[in-house]
Write a protein that binds this ligand. Structure first.
Ligand SMILES: [Zn+2]
Length: 444
């Protein structure tokens, strides 16, 4: 009797080892994964063996691959033991894979693969049963220790940090920042190498996650709530659900509007504390070497400033609750997920300009200059700007265009920009020629 199942890998743990009680001095190795072969059915698979077999098997496939499993052993679940640490499945059984009896291979049959692939986008829990980040924050420490489902978008992905535990084991940690229309930044912590590999394939601001069974805890160090991915968690990337597609369109619009960066206030630093001076090419170089945001000063010419295009391109109106762009005369928010959708629309209006900076080393394109920095720079409010004549706007533009300015800028990595980086203006004024001379001589 031989059996064969084909499925797509929707979850996978790291390899762990334990001292073998029967053979003192040797270790037994294990890892688990979860496969799905229909919208309603998925099952956990565990494998035990020596280090060579288990590491080889684990390295032969990743989350998202389709595999066939031949001659696994079907056993009852043991909720008290191993299954406590595995994802919850609809099956009463789990499969055991051993070197002596079983075979696991990548699935070669394209019809089977085509049938299985869409299932990676189906959440493993009821797709309407989730907490928004706002729900989590509203519940606060009452949720400490609980396991819940979360639907959220990826805002940014940190760098994996390596460490060694007190008993000498190597570990790693990576933090993802999530957002949705209620909260602009929420930490998701990952410890497993498998999960960290998966995370590094995500595109910030273009990826929506359904996180089934995330552990919620209170981070007393930062005094905020945080979610953790553990061995019970299954993450569905870009879920094929209505709620996820609404969140995806929200994420896209809000990220294009730059409103997300506006909300990064706690991470922003006072302009007075920014002292490092860079040329444009040094800013680009540093951004490529360092994926985290940083701040600097550049003495550059403004080479693009579209103050004389239509007012609707210079000044934008946003829903004050979810920050999505709305038309000036809108009666209700266009974002179906907006927390204030059934209330009267309340809006904020502000400058939204894209400026280019150029110095002798190059040009930094499309840096955002927004309110309230734009008001300070231009010396006028949005209302005053709206009442200017075309000639007055052109005059205002030429006050800055092709002039050397002292620009305080925040530089962020960006997958959307061809250059890979994006600048946000934090302060900008015409530069003092003496100061320019002093700094530029050091940079030439
Ligand atoms: Zn809204």
């Amino acid at each position: 009797f031989s059996q064969k199942v084909a499925g797509i890998i929707i979850g996978k743990t790291d390899v762990k080892s334990f001292p073998d009680r029967k053979n003192i001095g040797t270790d037994r190795f294990t890892f688990s994964f979860t496969i799905r072969d229909s919208p309603d059915f998925f099952i956990n698979v565990t494998s035990w063996g020596n280090g060579g077999y288990i590491n080889g098997l684990s390295n032969s496939f990743s989350i998202g691959d389709c595999v066939t499993i031949e001659n696994s052993l079907v056993t009852n679940k043991d909720p008290e033991k191993g299954d406590r640490f595995c994802p919850t499945t609809p099956s009463h059984y789990r499969l055991l894979v051993t070197e002596a009896h079983s075979q696991v291979n990548l699935c070669a049959d394209t019809d089977t693969v085509d049938r299985l692939l869409p299932m990676i986008h189906l959440p493993v829990k009821d797709s309407t049963d989730f907490y928004s980040l706002g729900d989590i924050e509203a519940n606060g420490q009452r949720l400490d220790g609980s396991v819940i489902n979360i639907l959220a978008a990826v805002k940014s992905i940190g760098e994996p940090k390596q460490f060694t535990t007190s008993d000498g084991r190597k570990g790693q940690r990576l933090e993802v920042k999530l957002f949705d229309d209620s909260v602009s930044s929420f930490p998701l912590v990952c410890w497993d190498r498998e999960v960290i590999q998966l995370v590094q394939t995500w595109i910030p601001k273009e990826t929506v996650l359904f996180i089934a069974d995330a552990k919620i805890g209170f981070d007393s160090f930062r005094s905020c709530m945080a979610a953790t991915v553990n061995s019970k968690t299954i993450i569905t990337v870009n879920p094929d659900t209505r709620e996820a597609s609404l969140l995806f369109s929200y994420a896209k619009q809000v990220s294009e509007s730059g409103a997300l960066d506006q909300d990064e206030k706690p991470e922003d630093v006072p302009v007075d504390s920014i002292n490092d001076v860079y040329t444009v090419s040094q800013l680009k170089q540093k951004a490529w070497e360092n994926p985290e945001a940083f701040f600097g000063i550049t003495y550059s010419f403004i080479s693009r400033l579209d103050l004389d295009s239509s007012v609707s391109k210079v000044i934008r109106t946003q829903c004050s609750r979810c920050k999505i762009q709305v038309s000036e005369d809108a009666q209700s928010c266009v974002n179906e997920l907006c927390p204030g959708r059934d209330q009267a629309l309340s809006t904020t209006t502000g400058f939204y300009l894209l400026v280019d900076f150029t110095d002798h080393t190059g040009t930094l394109h499309a840096c955002t200059l927004r309110s309230p920095v734009a008001e300070k720079t231009l010396g006028c409010t949005t209302d005053e700007f709206t009442s200017l004549t075309d000639d007055e706007r052109t005059m205002m533009k030429w006050k800055f265009l092709l002039e050397r300015c002292k620009i305080y800028v925040k530089i962020l990595p960006s997958t959307k920009m061809r250059s890979g980086i994006r600048g946000v203006v934090m302060a900008c004024s015409l530069a003092d020629p003496g100061e320019v001379k002093q700094h530029m001589s050091a940079l030439l």
